[in-house]
Design a protein around this ligand. Structure first.
Ligand SMILES: NC(=O)C1=CN([C@@H]2O[C@H](COP(=O)(O)OP(=O)(O)OC[C@H]3O[C@@H](n4cnc5c(N)ncnc54)[C@H](O)[C@@H]3O)[C@@H](O)[C@H]2O)[C@@H](O)CC1
Ligand SMILES: Nc1ncnc2c1ncn2[C@@H]1O[C@H](COP(=O)(O)OP(=O)(O)O)[C@@H](O)[C@H]1O
Ligand SMILES: [K+]
Length: 499
């Protein structure tokens, strides 16, 4: 599990820790980790050209001390000072190690363009709003330079708590963050600026409160996945009811059913128009189909993809929400809920909403798709609070919120998923996990993780269709399951999963 904390929590934890340590100890720990990461990116430190972009705060101090360490190993280190005053101790250390400083200007621009490594120490968790000058200009030079960029704590210009990017910002190849992750490193648009995120332990752990954000990793998901037991039968394993697709959009039904079957569930009962039932059966003869009937014996429902927003769909949604079963509400069913949320308000059983940004904006009148995408965490949490259920917000970063729990971001997402029908597959996957007994937050997170992984595995990084995605789900499940004990190769674990 990767964890991220707010700036406020980090500052409080740092203050606690610093009170017990000699002055400057934390910065030295940070700088040591940063220098190791820089050296790794360079490969060969001796003779390398390193440019530090240094702002007026401690983030610049980290960069200067790390630069001093690299200079002592033979790198030619230049610090470009953004502002008249930079960290005095760090500056002295750099100079003592043979590094030099220069002001922003033509000479600095030439150094940045020729650097083998650029270290972004402009601002860290003390940054507020879009970068001002000369920081913004330096960030633009760094982003345009051929050399790799290593961000200190977080890419400058990213809001640490939200991931919002208000103006100019560094786009890093890697980020070394100290003590704990910051939400902005894991949630877009900020996450898209961070590159590979490495955590350096500076001893903050015991001082930190509950995280603001959690990111499940493969082993965390493996621990959640249900495995059929010896005494399992199809009913005990879980039956998922799917009310998706329509004569206009039969594909949504086929994809949702496929996503569920490939994730693993005792049985899928598909309910819908007879023409769609035939299409589902043609592709998935193992599905049990019938006309729409919310009274079907199932363990959970997934409702909405491609279903339409007509009167019949509305009645069906209301009837499903009246049951005391877990329900996943997606796509058209979310649009219906936004128009009339009463059925949800009266419900106490677990509910999972899986909107994309446009649908979430419908759930939160007064906001729009762009605003949701700028500040995903805030909006997904608002929806979870207002509707009193778990919400998975889809898109470039999938985030999940549930009242009373830390928000969570999925780390496996890939733009390969931006293909029609991939959301229908996700509905089936998360529905299968709900029917298997996972709670909505865990079902949502495990499904999102497997969904992203499946897209990556499906065609080796080449574009995938939603159908490809369905076929790759078992590989994703096998890969993740192999992490459960950390030893068995995927094939063995896949066998165990099927048994
Ligand atoms: N506090 C601690 O114990 C530790 C802090 N560390 C480092 O310290 C950083 C925080 O340091 P600070 O609190 O000094 O803050 P920062 O160095 O992140 O930022 C403060 C500086 O940036 C300027 N600034 C803020 N927003 C700006 C904008 N939009 N455009 C241009 N300039 C802007 C401020 O005027 C100020 O000079 C962390 O991110 C981390 O890198 C590490 O050394 C680990 C230990
Ligand atoms: N740029 C992106 N990066 C990562 N994932 C994406 C991106 N765009 C879309 N996705 C994912 O693809 C799926 C699309 O779902 P959705 O918007 O419901 O589309 P559809 O209705 O066509 O299936 C979601 O799981 C979403 O998170
Ligand atoms: K930085």
């Amino acid at each position: 599990m990767r964890r991220a904390h707010t700036v406020e929590a980090v500052r409080a934890a740092e203050a606690e820790l610093m009170a017990r340590l000699p002055e400057g100890a934390l910065m030295q720990r940070a700088a040591a980790g940063l220098a190791v990461a820089g050296a790794r990116m360079l490969g060969r430190v001796y003779g390398a050209r390193v440019v530090l972009l240094v702002g007026g705060g401690d983030n610049g101090g980290d960069a200067l001390y790390a630069g001093a360490r690299l200079a002592r190993r033979g790198a030619a280190v230049r610090a470009v000072a953004a502002g008249a005053r930079i960290h005095p101790g760090g500056l002295a250390a750099l100079r003592a190690a043979g590094g030099r400083t220069l002001a922003p200007g033509e000479a600095a621009a030439a150094e940045i363009a020729a650097a083998d490594l650029i270290v972004d120490g402009l601002v860290g968790i003390g940054g507020r709003g879009g970068l001002r000058e000369p920081h913004a200009g330096l960030a633009a030079l760094a982003n345009a330079a051929p050399g790799p960029v290593l961000a200190v704590d977080l890419p400058s210009g990213i809001d640490a708590d939200t991931g919002e990017v208000a103006g100019a910002a560094i786009t890093a190849d890697a980020t070394v963050c100290f003590g704990t992750g910051k939400p902005g490193l894991f949630v877009d648009p900020g996450a898209g600026h961070a590159g590979a995120v490495h955590l350096v332990d500076i001893g903050l752990g015991p001082e930190l409160p509950a995280p603001r954000l959690e990111c499940l990793q493969g082993a965390d998901v493996a621990a959640l996945l249900p495995h059929p037991a010896r005494e399992s039968d199809k009913y005990r394993r879980g039956v998922l009811g799917i009310a998706a697709g329509s004569d206009a959009y039969p594909g949504a039904a086929v994809l949702a059913v496929g996503g569920a079957l490939r994730t693993g569930v005792g049985m899928v009962r598909y309910a819908g128009p007879s023409g769609v039932c035939s299409r589902v059966l043609d592709r998935w003869p193992e599905a049990v189909v019938s006309a729409s009937d919310p009274g079907l014996r199932v363990a959970a429902w997934a409702v909405g993809p491609g279903r339409g927003t007509g009167e019949q769909s509305r009645e069906e949604l209301e009837e499903v929400l009246e049951t005391d079963l877990p329900v996943l509400v997606d796509a058209d069913a979310i649009t219906l809920l936004a128009e009339d949320p009463r059925a949800l308000q009266e419900r106490s059983a677990p509910t999972l909403l899986t909107p994309h940004a446009g649908e979430l904006a419908r759930l939160l009148p007064g906001t729009d798709r762009g605003t949701v995408e700028e500040r995903r965490l805030e909006h997904v949490e608002r929806a979870a609070e207002e509707y009193g259920c778990t919400v998975l917000l889809k898109g470039s970063t999938t985030v999940v919120a549930q009242p009373g729990r830390p928000a969570a971001a999925n780390l496996t997402g890939t733009p390969l998923l931006a293909a029609a029908g991939s959301g229908d597959v996700l509905s089936g996957m998360a529905g299968a996990l709900l029917a298997s007994g996972l709670r909505p937050r865990e079902a949502a997170l495990a499904a999102a993780h497997l969904h992203g992984l499946a897209a990556r595995l499906a065609r080796g990084g080449a574009p995938v269709s939603a159908g490809d995605l369905v076929e790759a789900v078992p590989r994703a499940v096998a890969e993740v399951s192999a992490l459960a004990d950390g030893s068995a190769p995927p094939a063995d674990r896949a066998g165990r999963y099927r048994r």
